[in-house]
Write a protein that binds this ligand. Structure first.
Ligand code: ARG
Length: 558
């Protein structure tokens, strides 16, 4: 349709009009609009006059209306023609409808749980966000490398091992992420009660660091392995996977070497025995100071991140290197980016930070066993229970297994959608009872709309026919058509802004339009049946495609 506009504007003899065309923010203003401001210089006329002249001169064929308004020419398509075109296109492209050509290489680092700590709701948000950003980038033709970076060394391990040996030693080691998290929480509580214990933990930390104690090393290795294994189920449920998995223990040595090098290069310096970067000396007082090595020589988080970045940028020729990391670490991330720049590391200008904001609950600070964080499994089980009750209420005869499977899909859609629809810079207040509802601005509502559409198609059986004529097109039908037609542009916007929320909002608008249509227009048996069936079928395809970009799988039945 854009090409059609460009063709109609051929008489202007101006290049680059295709890229000038935009979709108006307020859809009532038109399907596309041409801002004439950029043309004013060339044509030596005011944008207002240019718009008026174009609107008068243009051949109206194929357009419903062409209207000039304050320096813009607004195009309204003939909706029947648009419907035919877009349905044909969706039919042809199916799962690929909306895809955009591109050829970049993008790394997305996300999720990053620690081996001996909880996988909590914050990780769900980060994982959902990273996976969605990755899928959108792929859909836009980029090669995407999904990277995970886990903490498997340092104080949290020492605390866990200390607590396990002293209080849980009789329990068999388990590949269960809840069990790992529980022991860590127990350690933290015990340490809070009697801080003196820290000496024992420090001792373990030193031993782990030097690697002298064989038995301790083995315990670290075994538990680390089990914990990593326990994430497999979580990632399967969250529809994600990783191409590379880097651990802090793997970049420790190189991190230290880099620090030594940047001391020589006067980027870092010694201060009271420790090694720091003082950003005041580098013209960035806003970034303060970052400590890279402790007084006792142990390597800190930041030193490891320098080695991690080096690995990423040297091994891969990246167009973008995205870090999806908690908002609490925002300043830290920019400190690392700045050091990389000071080092002159090749590709460091490709680094992009995407914050993961907090997830809170309506009842305030996350009250749970852990005191401050809700574990993935607890959270999931809780939601599944709510979903299962709802499913049973609707379909008493469903098998236990069937209900469980469907409840999981609903739960994942609820979690992911609520976490993705919100702007990354904002906190989320997550109300499980609300988010799992089948109506309203929720994930299950989207799944429900999809299932509803598939049900109509199923009922129609053989009747679906690609040759259809349109006898009249109503407002709700127009709305669906317009939204479906705009999907490729929406995808592009989401890619450029790295914002899954754009896709989430689109999905909701599309589902809402469909449900309005569903209540207003009979499908099977109506005079417009053939067209409406195709419309419903196409709608379900586009919703499926857009939900896939959010990492949400559709289900045929709710
Ligand atoms: N494992 C870290 C944490 O739990 C997050 C890692 C973030 N990524 C990074 N490159 N520093 O806080």
């Amino acid at each position: 349709m854009k090409e059609k506009i460009v063709a109609a504007l051929g008489f202007l003899k101006i290049e680059g009009l295709y890229d000038l065309l935009e979709i108006p923010k307020e859809r009532e203003l038109g399907d596309y609009s041409l801002p004439c401001f950029a043309l004013a210089k060339k044509l030596k006329k005011s944008p207002n006059d240019i718009a008026k002249e174009i609107a008068e001169k243009i051949s109206k064929k194929g357009f419903d209306r062409v209207v000039a308004s304050g320096g813009y020419v607004n195009f309204f398509f003939d909706k029947k023609e648009l419907a035919e075109k877009v349905i044909k296109e969706i039919n042809k492209k199916g799962e690929d409808y909306g895809k955009i050509m591109g050829k970049g290489k993008i790394m997305v680092e996300f999720s990053q749980p620690n081996t001996h700590k909880a996988f909590h709701v914050g990780h769900i948000r980060g994982t959902s966000l990273g996976e969605s950003i990755a899928r959108i980038a792929e859909f836009c033709g980029n090669k995407v490398v999904r990277a995970n970076y886990s903490g498997d060394t340092g104080m949290h391990i020492a605390k866990w091992i200390w607590c396990y040996r002293k209080y849980h030693g009789k329990e068999k080691l388990k590949g269960d992420e809840k069990w790992f998290a529980d022991i860590y929480v127990d350690a933290v509580k015990k340490l809070e009660k009697s801080p003196k214990i820290q000496e024992e933990v420090d001792e373990i930390n030193r031993k782990l660091d030097s690697g002298v104690d064989k038995e301790l090393n083995k315990l670290w290795k075994d538990t680390r392995k089990l914990s990593i294994k326990s994430w497999e189920r979580i990632y399967r449920e969250l529809n994600t996977r990783f191409d590379v998995h880097i651990f802090e223990s793997e970049v420790e040595k190189e991190g230290r070497e880099i620090v030594m090098e940047i001391v020589k290069r006067k980027i870092a310096k010694e201060s009271e025995g420790a090694i720091i970067v003082d950003f005041n000396e580098h013209g960035r007082p806003d970034l303060g100071v970052l400590v890279l090595l402790r007084k006792d020589g142990t390597v800190l988080y930041g030193a490891k991140d320098l080695a991690l970045a080096k690995n990423k940028l040297e091994k891969h020729k990246l167009d973008k290197s995205i870090y999806v990391i908690g908002k609490a670490q925002e300043r830290y991330v920019y400190q690392i980016f700045e050091i990389l720049k000071l080092m002159g590391m090749k590709g460091s200008e490709k680094n992009i930070y995407v914050p993961v904001n907090e997830v809170r609950f309506p009842w305030g600070k996350m009250a749970s066993r852990s005191g401050d964080n809700i574990f993935y499994s607890d959270f999931r089980d809780n939601m599944i229970e709510i979903a299962r009750k709802e499913i049973k209420k609707r379909e008493a005869s469903i098998s236990e297994k069937g209900a469980q499977k469907r409840a999981l899909a609903i739960t994942i859609s609820a979690m992911k959608y609520s976490m993705l629809k919100q702007d990354v810079n904002k906190n989320i207040i997550f109300d499980p009872k609300k988010e799992i509802k089948f109506d309203g601005d929720t994930g299950p509502y989207l799944l429900y709309s999809y299932a509803r559409a598939r049900n109509i198609i199923k009922k129609a059986g053989h009747k679906i026919d690609s040759n259809f004529e349109i006898y009249g097109i109503g407002d709700s039908e127009k709305k669906i058509v317009e939204l479906m037609a705009s999907f490729p542009e929406v995808v592009k916007e989401a890619e450029q802004k790295l914002s899954p929320s754009t896709i989430a909002h689109f999905s909701y608008d599309l589902a809402k339009a469909f449900n309005e249509f569903y209540h207003e227009c009979p499908v099977i048996g109506s005079e417009n049946e053939k067209f409406r069936l195709k419309l419903v079928d196409s709608f379900s395809q586009v919703l499926k495609n857009s939900l896939r970009l959010l990492g949400i799988n559709t289900i045929a039945k709710m």
